[in-house]
Design a protein around this ligand. Sequence first.
Ligand code: PXG
Length: 460
Amino acid sequence: MNLPFEPQRQTQDYQASDAAHHIHAFVDQKALNAEGPRVMVRGEGLYLWDSEGKRYLDGMSGLWCTQLGYGRKDLTAAAAAQMDQLAYYNMFFHTTHPAVIELSELLFSLLPGHYSHVIYTNSGSEANEVLIRTVRRYWQVLGKPQKKIMIGRWNGYHGSTLAASALGGMKFMHEMGGLIPDVAHIDEPYWYAQGGELTPAEFGRRCALQLEEKILELGAQNVAGFIAEPFQGAGGMIFPPESYWPEIQRICRQYDVLLCADEVIGGFGRTGEWFAHQHFGFEPDTLSIAKGLTSGYLPMGGLVLSKRMAEALVERGGVFAHGLTYSGHPVAAAVALANLKALRDEGIVRQVKDDTGPYLHKLLHEVFGNHPLIGDIQGTGLLAALQFVEDKGTRKRFANENDLAWQCRTFGFEEGVIIRSTLGRMIMAPALVASRAELDELVDKTRIAVDRTARIAGKL
Ligand code: PXG
């Protein structure tokens, strides 16, 4: 083996110890223990190596987060310098520090001008936890404490903590450990699966109108906010029809319901815009951020507030009864600052919009436009989903679409590419620094995996 690193231990040794101590995410742990997880040991650019020395092109940016790819020395240098200078301090009891101040200056220079304040967290789940309390506090300050209900969407994903999973609409998550009061859900705008005979535009409007119906059912005087991902990520990389967001925004404004965008996946250049709501052309009141904020090098998230909300909370709100030990952590802030500087100064977001994003989608349409297994190609920028379909004419999906997608993902690993499977869709979201050659390789290896899956499905 020609490895770019010295393996420390045998793979089986790592796996046995992993099985002895870990409950992994979203998996049957007993089955995983029998199989043994892949042990990832090194990353450089878009590539990962496992403990057997096999190399993978990471088509998913880790978990949608490594915007700059792996092994960036400017990020590690920023972390080391900050650790040397001030490894930890906090924003409690009348203190602050330069790293977090400089990060926020840069963050708000990149955001549209109607946002002004941020509450930092360690993750996207926490950002959405903070969201619920902040939104409710906002309405208390405005003298409307009865406005408490949050509306989310079925199959939305907002994190794994109690309140974040309750805001999300994954029923199998609700079943494990419960819901919280004052949360309601409406349908997701997934035209390909649920649009029936309606055109995408009609379906998009119909889904948006469900929000109006739900607000009227609950009473607008009781509804605090509507939360949604601009496009659904974990739920299958689902893009809403163009008619959806303008109508949702109209309804939120009409009924004085805060529009809360979960930008944890969509933020920091993924769509070719800095934030996904800019791609879809709407103006949320809050933004939940995480992942690409630090390119995943250190945990950091946050809740961004509009000037209107911040003004009410700061000028009229009195004590804001919230705080996390690691909010605005100096080392995470220094890494986020270096990350955002690189995304800006190297023109990476612009490159996704003008060059690599259109290039990826052109390739995907050439390769999969007439593929017998693929009924739809969605996405923009460095973000794409391939929809498996049994009958293109009726958009009938396979009864075993999840198994097929999982199989395709496994074939991908065998071919040396990592793509994500969910609900009969294959997703790719490579690092934003991907070159055209790397995108060629991503699509080429994905094609082999999809062809192998098509053979199993009897489509090739
Ligand atoms: N909001 C959104 C939109 C997310 O996608 C979270 C919140 C929670 O963030 P934290 O940092 O608490 O994990 C997420 C996370 C997947 C996958 O397989 C997606 C996420 C996490 C893990 C896996 O698509 N999104």
